[in-house]
Design a protein around this ligand. Sequence first.
Ligand code: PMP
Length: 422
Amino acid sequence: AQHSLAGGISSSSRLTSTGPHPYPLYMASGSGARITDVDGNEYIDYLISYGSAVLGHASPLLTEALTQVLHSGTMFGTCNVPEVELAELICQMVPCAELVRFANSGSEAVQGAVRAARGYTGRSAILKFEGHYHGWSDTLAISNRPSAAQAGPYATPHPVPHSPGIPTGVIDDVVVCPWNDPTALRDVLDGHPNLAAVICEPIVANNACTMPDPDYLDLLREECTARDLVLIFDEVCTGFRTGPGGAQNLFGVLPDIAVFSKALGGGLPIAAFAGRRAVMEPLARGEVKHGGTYNASPLCATAALVTLRQLNDTTVTKRIDEAGQRLMETVRRAAHDNRVPCAVQGVGAMFQVVFSSDGAPTRGYRDLLSADSGRYDAFRHELLKRGVHSNAYAMACWFVPAVVSEDDLSATCQAVEGAFAA
Ligand code: PMP
C-alpha cells in the first residue's frame, strides 16, 4: 500500500490536528462498509467515524432523503416535521424516553442532560466513573482519564484533575469513582451530599468496551433511587446500535435520562437526550434553559429519522450483532492459535481487543493501564496493511456497520488471521 500522507498535506496543513498514530489517513470517499484514501487504498471500515456512519458510507437511503431536504431548505429556526416524528420514534424505541430534547453533538447533549439533572434536583455535583468519556467539555471531559495517582484514594474527596491551561475551580463539582466497585460507589456517594446525578457509559466504549459486572447497573439504579439522584446513561456509543432500545434495554435497567448521538444521525451531526417526564419537564417549561441554533435542523432530523427507521428493525441490529460476534470469535481463535494473550470484550455491535498479560477482560480503568497498548498499535497497523481500518485508540473500540457484507466479513477474518500471524 502507498501512504504518501496526501503529498505532504499533513506537514503543510493549517489544521490544528492531524490523524492518530501510526500516520494520519486522509480519506477521499466511502461506499457501504468500505472507504478509499487519497492514495487509492481501500479499507473495510470498523471505525465508521467513531460509530456514526452506522448505515455505511454514502448510504443511498440517506442520500436520497437528504437531497430532497437540500432542495427544500435546511434551516428555518422554527419547529419542523422531521424533528417531531423523530421525537415520537425515540420515545417508541427507548424505554426511559418520555420527553426528548435535541442537540448537535454528544458533548452538548451530555451538558444538556447534566443541566436538566441540576435543575431538577437543585444540587450541583456530578459523579462520573474512571475511564468513562462524556465529551469535550470542560466539566466532564478533562476528567476523562485521570491516572490512578491523580484519581487518588476513592474514599477521599478529590477534585477532578484538569488539563493544562484550564483554570482550577471550573470543574470542582465533578467527582470520579472507580467502575464495577460497589464498595467504592457507596463510599463516594456517602461522602458527597451535594450530588445531582450519576453519569456512566453502560458499556464503556471509551474504556475498551469494558462490560458492567452482572447486577452493577441495577446497583446504580437502586442507589440513585434511594438517594434521589438522577441516573444518566450516556448511550452516545451504545444507543440504537446494540438494539432498538440501546443498552438500557439490553441490561433491563432504566436510567432517568439517556444521551444519544453517533448512530442516531447516521453520520450527520445530531444528538438527543431523553428521559423521564418529571426530570425533563423543567426544560419543557423553560425553567431550565437549553438551546442551540442548529439543534434538530430539518437536514439532521431527517438523517436521524431515516437511520432510526432502519435501526428500529431488529433484523438490522441482529445482523450487526451477528457480524460483530463472528469477528470477535475470529480474533479469539487467531489469538489462541498464535498464543497471544488477549481479551475480546464488548458486544457484537461494538467490541475491543485488549492485550492484557493474562488475557483477562478489563473491569475498570486501572486494568487498561497495564494492557499492552504497543501490541494493540502493532495489531492495528498489520490490519491497515491488509485493508482493514479500525480504531487507532486502544481504549476505544470497533464499530460494525449495518451494511457489512459477507465478502467484507470474510476478507476481514483473513486480515485478522494474517495480522496475528505477523
Ligand atoms: N459520550 C460518549 C460515550 C462518547 O463516546 C462521545 C464521543 N466519542 C461523546 C460523549 C461526545 O460526543 P461528541 O464527540 O459528538 O461531542
